[in-house]
Write a protein that binds this ligand. Sequence first.
Ligand code: EPZ
Length: 420
Amino acid sequence: MYKFVIHGGKKLNGEVEVSGAKNALLGLLPATILANGEYTFLNSPELLDAQSMIKLLVNMGEEIEFSNHTIKVKNNGLKILEAPYEFVKKMRASIYVLGPTLSRYGYAKVSMPGGCAWGPRPINLHLEAIQKLGASVEIDQGYIIAKADRLNGAKIVFNIPSVGATVNTIMAAVYAKGTTMISNAAIEPEVTAIAEFLVKMGAKISGIGTKFIEIEGVDELHSADEVVIPDRIEAGTLLVAGAITKGNVKVTKCNPNHLDALLTKLTDAGFTIQTGEDFVELKSNDKILPVNVETEVYPGFPTDMQAQWISLMTIAEGASEVTDNIYHDRFNHVPELNRLGANIIVKGNTAFVKGVEKLKGAKVMSTDLRASASLVLAGLIAEGTTEVLRIYHLDRGYEKIEAKLKKLGAEIERVQTDEY
Ligand code: EPZ
């Protein structure tokens, strides 16, 4: 078990590169189920979640190698059409094997994903969609058992533009007979990247990047290669690291167009932002102004940046309100931030943050991926030493975050510990 030991107070300055996007890769890998052949994914981030997805796909029968940010997949046909609980409980995104396995083999047995640190994560939209495509779905002893001789195109309207349900449905529809129309599809960049990859594999998809996606079923697909898009949430987290320490940070190998909502809010908070084709540069001025945020689906302010924003607001010159409209209970980081001296009250799905003069280092505990990031950010400015426990949560979605922060001047060490 490891923890981070952080000595706060250092301004972060300099340049740092962003890794490939976790939430794109977690859809690209299961897409390989759809066709035999060899696939290469460049710019793959070395993350625990990537390893989890690889283990699941290897268990189903694929051969996968991962070295030096390159994942090579060899699919000679699945041997197991199941995603057992021991895999799914580790990572919700395992549900992504449902659509492609059902679509290609007419059968899939996938464990229901458990909840997560911040509460239930329903999958009703995934199941309703595949039923609309003609699958029979039953829940038996915690498993989803989906069957269909052949899926038939259908019109599917999502009442919530769910990222996962959109991805799963597209992958289920690529072999369905006829046309599938998805209305109110998610338009996150990762959904677009996965759909574009399926087109490279020979799928017939139009309306990519819009809320109306049309999939024309085909009889055959083939393998393809891809370069994973940059991780916009990691980029945003590194920018907030520069902001909270009042430093000057340039984040490279990112896509500024994916960060509009965050960059606008950073500007409102008093930072100077410059963007180029593949970089964002943040310059600090002397104040951090309080700025309210409401999370929304893309291109709104991402829920995956909510915790990091709250950390920044803990030392703003005034009060701010941060509302999460996507996950109403995603605030496990708040009690831990208050242990560092922050002044935050959560009512419903809004955190009321009163800026304080400074935070003071303490031992804090990670509970989930983005909550852990918010604790590390707070530790960068807390007076004295902050110890962040259970950092395996961080390793799920950030590649060597301590090395990146150290490169910018942070005093942060990964230390072995028996503490849990
Ligand atoms: C994806 O999760 C991301 N994960 C999450 O990132 C991200 O927070 C989320 O999208 C929102 O942007 C991956 O891409 C692997 P949703 P997903 O379905 O697909 C409700 C991270 O930190 N909903 O768009 O599970 C749901 O409860 C992770 O990298 C239903 O009601 O999110 C939520 O309120 C955390 N029924 C809303 O929709 C369903 O069937 C959005 O969820 C599905 C979702």
